[in-house]
Design a protein around this ligand. Structure first.
Ligand code: ADP
Length: 367
């Protein structure tokens, strides 16, 4: 049996608001799980139910095979890091790290060893005498993480721990947290609204929307095999392009360009969606500029360049396909001129199709 099991978990707040619906997930020991989704989708609520800070309205939560719904936070063996660092301002870094152990009555020499070891892992050895106000945001966040990992718990819960840091510090802390996870091996559940954090840190990602789990999978699976338009649009930056069209004889008219799905899709798929509205999806980074050479097995699309953003490692090109807007990601050396005509190709293997009514992905072939 999996280490952590969430079975049909629901949260209905006392005011009647149903924040989490039938959340099902099995987590293996040592996994790094990320809950991702826009603000208000129920990530923190779910994490707080796992922590024992909110009661579970319906469903069952098991830790190592034992029902944990009624266990208090301490009994569950969890440590939690919050967005606000919640450090004691009048205490030194050393005392902030030692505090929990002191409360537990751990011997001073054991505490010293643990504090020194934790400080070393987190690069805080030179700051042990300082008070929190004399630290940078990144260093404060490290102390907060240190306070959680010093307790040697089995389950590590983090709620948007990096959102108060600037962009550069976030990137550094991201890899540090991944490194700490490797060293401690603690089962970790991490909440964020940032898809980049989810993609770079997670073993598996849980995408949520409006209190419902949309998809659970590895970063690779969510990027290449999204189950619906929400996941397809949420994972990836810039997001996947969607172009609405009605299927006629298996052909989509994309701003005057012909996208003939008969070349790709099984006959029964074509038949099922005949006359229906679908959305063609393709990722900005999946396209090829036809000016760069012949592209086989691809749909060709003509468009006009409306705006370019040079980002250094690539250029985002905003194009107009006869009234339909899309974003293309190209090599910065291939940045096109504004207001010029451009032709690009969408390789068949990078084409996605969605049912506009249900927003679910349409599998083009049976495989
Ligand atoms: P997230 O972490 O994804 O931003 P939350 O889990 O914090 O979302 O909140 C999910 C929904 O539940 C939100 O609409 C929020 O307003 C609501 N909510 C959170 N806490 C309470 C509460 N104590 N009472 C009523 N509604 C709440």
């Amino acid at each position: 049996m999996s280490y952590l099991v969430l079975k049909g978990i629901n949260k209905i707040y006392p005011n009647g608001y149903h924040a989490v619906h039938d959340f099902n997930l099995q987590i293996e020991k040592g996994e790094f799980i990320v809950f991702v989704g826009s603000s208000g989708c129920g990530k923190s609520t779910t994490l707080r139910m796992i922590a024992g800070l909110e009661n579970i309205s319906k469903g069952e939560f098991l830790i190592d095979g034992k029902r944990a719904n009624e266990m208090g936070p301490r009994e569950r063996g969890v440590a939690m890091v919050f967005q606000s660092y919640a450090l004691y301002p009048h205490m030194s870094v050393y005392d902030n790290l030692a505090f929990g152990l002191t409360l537990q009555g751990v011997d001073d020499d054991v505490i010293e060893k643990k504090v020194m070891n934790t400080a070393k892992i987190l690069g805080l050895t030179d700051y042990l005498d300082r008070k929190p106000r004399a630290l940078s945001g990144g260093q404060r966040q490290r102390v907060a993480v240190g306070r959680a990992i010093i307790r040697k718990v089995d389950i590590f819960l983090m709620d948007e721990p990096l959102s108060n840091l600037d962009a550069k510090q976030r990137v550094t802390m991201r890899s540090e947290i991944t490194q700490i996870h490797r060293e401690t091996g603690a089962t970790t559940i991490y909440v964020t609204h940032d898809q980049t954090e989810a993609m770079t840190m997670a073993d598996r990602i849980v995408v949520m929307k409006d209190g419902y789990v949309q998809q659970v999978g590895t970063p690779h699976a969510l990027y290449f095999n999204p189950v619906n338009m929400f996941v397809a649009g949420f994972i990836g930056e810039p997001p996947m392009n969607f172009i609405d069209a009605v299927m006629k004889n298996g052909v989509l008219d994309v701003g005057g360009n012909t996208v003939d799905l008969n070349k790709l899709a099984d006959k029964d798929v074509i038949k099922k969606y005949e006359g229906k509205e679908v959305a063609l999806g393709f990722r900005p980074e999946a396209i090829k500029l036809t000016s760069k050479g012949e592209v086989n097995d691809a749909y060709r699309i003509s468009c006009k360049v409306e705006l370019t953003e040079l980002l250094g490692d690539n250029t985002n090109v905003y194009v107009d396909i006869n009234g339909v807007k899309s974003i293309l990601k190209v090599d910065p050396h291939d940045s096109p001129e504004l207001d010029t005509d451009l032709e690009f190709a969408i390789p068949y293997k990078s084409v996605y199709l969605f049912d506009k009514e249900t927003e679910k992905r349409i599998k083009l072939t049976k495989e």
